[in-house]
Design a protein around this ligand. Sequence first.
Ligand SMILES: C[S@@+](CC[C@H](N)C(=O)[O-])C[C@H]1O[C@@H](n2cnc3c(N)ncnc32)[C@H](O)[C@@H]1O
Length: 533
Amino acid sequence: MPTLTWVGKDKVVNHHTSVPFRVLQRESHFDAPDGTPANSTDNRIIHGDNLAALKSLLPEFEGKINCIYIDPPYNTGNESWVYNDAVNDPKIKKWLGQVVGKEGEDLSRHDKWLCMMYPRLKLLHRLLAKDGVIFVSIDDWEAGTLRLVLDEIFGTNNFVANVVWQKRTSPDSRLRLGDAHEHIFCYAKGKKLIVLNKIPQSEKQLSNFKNPDNDPRGAWVSTDFSAQGYRPNQMYKITTPSGREVSPPSGNCWKNIESVFLELVADNRIWFGKEGNGVPRRKTYLNESEGVSAWTWWSNGDVGHSQEAKSEIKDILSDCEDVFDTPKPTRLIERILQIATNKNALILDSFAGSGTTAHAVLKLNAQDQGNRRFILIEMEDYADTITAERVRRVMSGYGEGNKQSAGLGGSFDYYTIGAAIFNADDTLNEAVGVEVIRDYVSYTEGIATEYRTAQDNAYTQYLLGLSPETAWIFYYEPDAVTCLDLNFLGSLKFGANKPETAIIYADKCLFNKEFLTKHGIIFKKIPRDISRF
Ligand SMILES: C[S@@+](CC[C@H](N)C(=O)[O-])C[C@H]1O[C@@H](n2cnc3c(N)ncnc32)[C@H](O)[C@@H]1O
């Protein structure tokens, strides 16, 4: 498989594993006002660099995100807008300097962009569920490189589609060959496992449903009853109600065998035209229709365009000075969610911008009484004043007069990125609290959720988890040195639930290897043996 190389790649391929694990700090909670409809709760908006934020999400969400949508900076070289389109944001520059080092000074704009994207995509891949899908918006500046990087991280076999979104309504008259589209690359974690949904009919498609024969099942459309190919038992002659005999058109056979056709006729599901003389067509009823299959051409009429997205955000944040300049239309993200999510899906957008993804999630929930939840991450300071503020207004309702939009309901928590769990000298940062450290170790030990225990369990406050085979014990005191000795072992009373193996973390251990092996104990030293991920 061809792979892409660029200056600095060697420094970032495994960088995601050495990003310090930081604690997410819950700053505030927002609930839609009374009177708004029920919508999803337990949503999150995180203010901070998504590299740190995605890492912090791993213990709780690894393999659990059903749908990721990202719209990263396009790296067009246009630096007029507030966000780091050319990867020149001071925070990202500093990060590149630290990760890539001196070599980083010679990086081209494209090298920098790829260095920025690679470790973030690696973490997104880990967060995606095994039947989940990721959609990535991009234009032609980085489409070629991004495709190769996605192939490398997700696997060429997991490429699902390259959607072409028609973002403009008319050509840019200043250009002789202006661009009108962007790409949305879709990849799966495991393509064989994904289930994509049909999409609702468009207004135009709906207008094709009619009821010329007053069928009690309601409006219908008819489709050709012939199919390409030759199947001997689907080549029979059909007599129309007017008495005319018809055979399948040349190169075709009928869609079904004769017995099925006769059942359909008896059930008034075949249409021969008003005069009963036409070639047979199959009726599909509006109330039985599961929607239509999506394809990769998304026209602005169906999913909105850039100008529509700008008007949307202006209507919502009309009183804000710096209204966001490059939002996506809500209808575009809604289309992604219609195809790729069920009503309980968890959706992640780690380049959140003006929060369109949350808006689309809430809107779709309101339409189908779904309980989809979202996690948004935004690095810039407008995470609160634009990203979260849009979501607050969409949940509460906004606008006046004929531009008024009713609140969609729901709630979210707002987080910032807090302290690292390890200090610079690799000791544990006690300030983050014992609960956080216990959760971290439970995750690195891979203790399944059903085996995890709280501190106030029946056995010992140090127990992290108990399965039929293994007990995981984290003998940790923030202000004291703990020692695995006979006293401590004597305090553990598992009775009939005593498992074969005990993995015990402590600062020190007084036993030799033979003793530990004989009693099925694996000793792990704090902090040396706590894994980093
Ligand atoms: C193209 S905009 C996304 C627009 C969004 N889809 C919308 O509809 O409003 C990209 C966003 O990603 C943010 N961003 C860039 N680098 C980031 C990073 N490392 N961590 C978090 N956010 C980042 C930018 O600040 C910007 O708001």
